[in-house]
Write a protein that binds this ligand. Structure first.
Ligand code: ADP
Length: 581
């Protein structure tokens, strides 16, 4: 580790330079600070101390150029240098005759004692007022703040004369009547009276204030006393030695000493109130001034805004991706449903074709009847034409019969085609009894020697269902056909099918009962499975398709063993009160 120990006396050190604000005129509290320099030299023998006197502007410039090590100035100027150059107080003057170093400086607004019209600051409206200068602390600004508190601004004066230093000029202007009132440092009048320059009784202080421990006439609050401050570059050890020397300095002959530095915030508050000095920017109501003043807040707002924008963008993105995913899932579902529908329609179709196939013998027979009749009529007509035994009435009757039979054959073909056609489901409101009748008629027409079908209608008169009539027919036809198959071995007398139509609480229930073979329990458990069949030529699709159709209509299909045996009864339900969607 390297330690530099400067050899004592080997090096001639530059003198310590103390910049002092020079009082201009007789009102100076100190006109000579040289005892201070001597005291410091005694306390810090290694250094020489030099005092340099400046006016306000000169002192500021010397601080700016870092020509000084210390600066002694009034509290107003100190606050300005602190804000601008970061000078830092190490001690505050401790003056006699003031309540404390923190409350030492004030202003007196004076008028001639004989001015009965001037008693309080508010009386200055429309008057001529004298002061030191715009930037004078005790000679203007301190009183300005007090005036503002009482609702008066310098513009309300009829005239404001800045007379500069010495401050005694203001007292003279008031005494001579050139101005109605004047702003001076508190205690100036008392000092001038002591020196015999004026008579205290010739003057009065407007809005006088009583401050315990403050001996002079006063119109304002009190502010901190003068400080001594270091500059940014001042050597810390030197600053410490000077501070120690100042604090240990005994009061001089006039009672002045130094004490620990006090709080100069009241001075800053004054500047801020008046928007002068370091707070002049507050007056500029420009964007820049606002930015200067509120930049931390603006930064926060900006950060919040940026955060909000980012959040919004993220949420938007998420919504976008999720919507896309949802849309894809929906499309997939729609495609699957469409596929299923197509499948179902195909199965439907297949099942109808299968019933048709099983009934095709009957169909041929059905068609044969009208065709044979047509043939008969045509031949009989031909014979009559050959033999000449015909009258117009006979011709007309035969032609009408031929047309009627052709219409009947066409009707059969249409019905079969309609039944066998491939189509999408169409629902409409139809009386349930009518649907049942249609199915039984078709069944009887298709199957020669079909068992008798008895409809037991227990429905209320207006019972109708919102259903696809063709699909309902398909279900009933399937159940009737299965019933007929199950009774094949029965003698024709025993073969009967009962169709019951009734209303339960919320449904219509349709029952198809046969007296056939019935079912073993194992078969019963597979009844509605696709491709379950016990018939050599069966497809095993009928019941599973019926079940799908009934459930699509909001109903249920099930089978029970007939009691008493033999036979089965198949039930299915359809909603009675709610429309089927
Ligand atoms: P398929 O008639 O082509 O066999 P279904 O799905 O209509 O197809 O019927 C499946 C099976 O259910 C039939 O093979 C038969 O064994 C049985 N079944 C259906 N209805 C009855 C019934 N009423 N009585 C006894 N068994 C029946």
């Amino acid at each position: 580790m390297l330690v530099f120990v400067p050899a004592a006396g080997a090096q001639v050190q530059a003198p310590v330079r103390i910049g002092v604000l020079a009082f201009l005129g007789s009102e100076a509290a100190f006109s000579d600070w040289s005892p201070l320099a001597r005291h410091l030299e005694a306390a810090v023998p290694s250094r020489r101390f030099v005092l340099e006197y400046y006016d306000v502007a000169g002192l500021r410039e010397a601080v700016r150029q870092q020509k000084l090590d210390f600066v002694i100035t009034n509290s107003g100027h100190y606050a300005a240098l602190e804000s601008e150059f970061g000078v830092s107080r190490i001690a505050t003057l401790d003056s006699p005759g003031v309540p404390s170093p923190a409350r030492a400086i004030g202003s007196a607004v004076i008028a001639r004692a004989d001015r009965n019209d001037l008693n309080v600051l508010a009386d200055l409206k429309g008057r001529r007022v004298a002061a030191v200068g715009e930037n004078a602390f005790g000679g203007f600004q301190v009183a300005w703040r007090e005036l503002r508190r009482q609702g008066i601004e310098p513009q309300d004066f009829s005239r404001l004369d800045f007379l500069g230093f010495p401050m005694s000029r203001i007292v003279s202007a008031v005494a001579d009547g050139k101005d109605d009132a004047g702003i001076v440092r508190a205690c100036l009048l008392e000092e001038m009276a002591r020196s015999g320059a004026i008579r205290l009784a010739d003057f009065k202080v407007l809005s006088p204030r009583q401050e315990a421990g403050f001996a002079c006439g006063l119109s304002t609050q009190l502010y901190p006393d003068w400080p001594i401050a270091t500059l940014r570059h001042t050597d810390l050890r030197l600053a410490k030695a000077v501070a120690a020397a100042l604090l240990s300095m005994p009061p001089n002959a006039r009672g002045y000493a130094w004490t620990a530095p006090v709080d100069y915030r009241p001075v800053h508050d004054l500047f801020r109130d008046l928007q002068v000095g370091p707070y002049r920017y507050l007056r500029e109501n420009t964007l820049q001034a606002l930015a200067h003043r509120y930049w931390p807040f603006l930064l926060l707002v900006f950060a919040a805004l940026a955060g909000w924008v980012m959040h919004t963008v993220r949420v938007e993105q998420q919504v976008h991706t999720r919507t896309a995913a949802l849309r894809a899932a929906l499309a997939e579902r729609d495609a699957a449903e469409a596929g299923m529908r197509a499948h179902q329609e195909q199965l439907d179709h297949l099942s109808r074709l299968s019933v048709l196939g099983e009934l095709s013998g009957t169909l041929a027979h059905e068609l044969n009847q009208p065709l044979a009749a047509i043939g008969n009529y045509a031949q009989s007509l031909l014979r009559r034409l050959e033999t000449g035994r015909y009258t117009p009435a006979i011709l007309a009757e035969a032609s009408q019969e031929i047309a009627a039979q052709a219409e009947r054959a066409g009707g059969i073909v249409r019905r079969i085609r309609a039944f066998a056609s491939k189509r999408a489901a169409v629902r409409e409101k139809r009386p349930l009894l009518e649907v049942a009748h249609e199915a039984t008629t078709l069944f009887a027409a298709m199957l020669p020697g079909a068992p008798r079908v008895v409809i037991d209608d227990r429905l209320p008169p207006d019972a109708s269902v919102d259903a696809d009539a063709l699909q309902m027919q398909q279900v009933l036809l399937n159940l009737l056909k299965n019933a007929a198959d199950a009774m094949q071995d029965r003698s024709s007398g025993e073969r009967a099918i009962e169709v019951t139509l009734e209303q339960t609480e919320r449904h219509y229930r349709i029952g198809v009962r046969d007296y056939g073979t019935g079912l073993s329990p194992t078969s019963a458990s597979h009844l509605f499975e696709p491709f379950f069949t016990t018939k050599p030529d069966g497809m095993g699709l009928g019941l599973s398709i019926c079940k799908t159709i009934v459930e699509a209509h909001g109903g249920r299909l099930w089978a029970e063993a007939n009691t008493p045996a033999p036979g089965m009864i198949f039930f299915f339900t359809l909603p009675a009160d709610v429309a089927i969607s």
